[in-house]
Ligand binder design. Sequence first.
Ligand SMILES: Cc1cc2nc3c(=O)[nH]c(=O)nc-3n(C[C@H](O)[C@H](O)[C@H](O)COP(=O)(O)OP(=O)(O)OC[C@H]3O[C@@H](n4cnc5c(N)ncnc54)[C@H](O)[C@@H]3O)c2cc1C
Length: 393
Amino acid sequence: MDLAFTPEEQAFRDEVRTWVLANLPEDIANKVRNDLHLTRDDMQRWAKILGKKGWLGYGWPKEFGGPGWSAVQKHLFEEECALAGTPRIVPFGPVMVAPVIMAYGSPEQQKRFLPGIASGEVWWSQGYSEPGSGSDLASLKTRAERVGNKYIVNGQKTWTTLGQYGDWMFNLVRTSTEGKPQTGISFLLLDMKSPGVTVRPIKLLDGGHEVNEVFFDNVEVPADQLIGEENKGWTYAKLLLSHERTNIADVNRAKRELERLKRIAKAEGVWDDQRFRDQIALLEVDVIALEMLVLRVLSAMKSGKNPLEIAGLLKIKGSEIQQRYAELMMLAAGPYSLPYIQEAMEAGYQGDFPGDVLGNAPLAATYFNMRKTTIYGGSNEVQRNIVAQTVLG
Ligand SMILES: Cc1cc2nc3c(=O)[nH]c(=O)nc-3n(C[C@H](O)[C@H](O)[C@H](O)COP(=O)(O)OP(=O)(O)OC[C@H]3O[C@@H](n4cnc5c(N)ncnc54)[C@H](O)[C@@H]3O)c2cc1C
């Protein structure tokens, strides 16, 4: 196993770094580095800049308009983006549904949907979870009934991240109640502007509007928006979940946030406290261990293996690390992070601070927001069950 990067890979990293630093708008980078609220426009502005360069679908093969990068190149791209402070790519289009459309969609569907995802023009949402069907996803009840050349969809999705911005939504729907629950599920693409779709906000603990409930009331969906075969959606859904879980681990952001934690600890004087530094050191060891795990996965991919079964393991460790750095930042800031001020998440609230540490007021909100990471993408408890069965045997 060779974990070192080749000279060509290093040169690739330099090329990406130079391009990202030259093209990332400073106002967006400043918000990301200080964990401030990103608007739809911020996220789409960056997505479109990447799209124009042909890098929004950075994981895509050339035949579908992607750069055709190796697993290592993808990793280096992600790392350079995270270290520079780019917004995370909203994954639902380019990272989640696109690989499903490439693998199981018809040529017409590929031609129709992939260009809008690659350019950043079309915003996708994920319609998997329902009230009562989260961990036990296969029990989902949203019904799609075939009538002529349409499906009539009725039911409800929940926790739809950024669904208030969604143009399109990929959905798991029930098309049969025969046999095992998994065998009656289909994968349907739905235009969120269709009559009968209602999106309602769910307010989160941190005060933000990040997730939604989505209701379907006799929504008509043309049958040519079904991906693959009817009742085979569960197979397609699982491919997407492994991409989602690997994406959540986000070791590169953890490296950037670790440095931010150190800056806050120094600014607040707790860096001199040996016990606090021990906590940071323990976190750093875990971040390095997670990075090693990611590099091992990349090394295995280079030699033709597909270790996607450990996606759950990456998700568990990555999400726990995200919660720990958010908690340590809040502790480092002490009482200054305690007042809950929603406006503090907006740029400019605390004036123009020099350097990176804009102020501590958003830290409590970030801490609360990070509670989600061990739940979404499949809860960590359930991931542990999966890892126990598939990795440990
Ligand atoms: C911020 C946020 C954003 C999200 N975004 C989206 C989105 O965009 N689209 C989407 O479709 N979904 C989304 N989700 C939903 C997410 O995937 C589910 O919340 C998750 O799968 C857990 O399901 P649940 O909330 O129904 O919890 P439940 O399944 O009810 O679980 C409750 C608790 O029981 C535990 N548990 C359940 N079963 C087992 C078991 N077999 N063994 C051990 N413990 C178990 C769980 O770990 C959890 O602690 C989001 C969730 C959050 C919090």
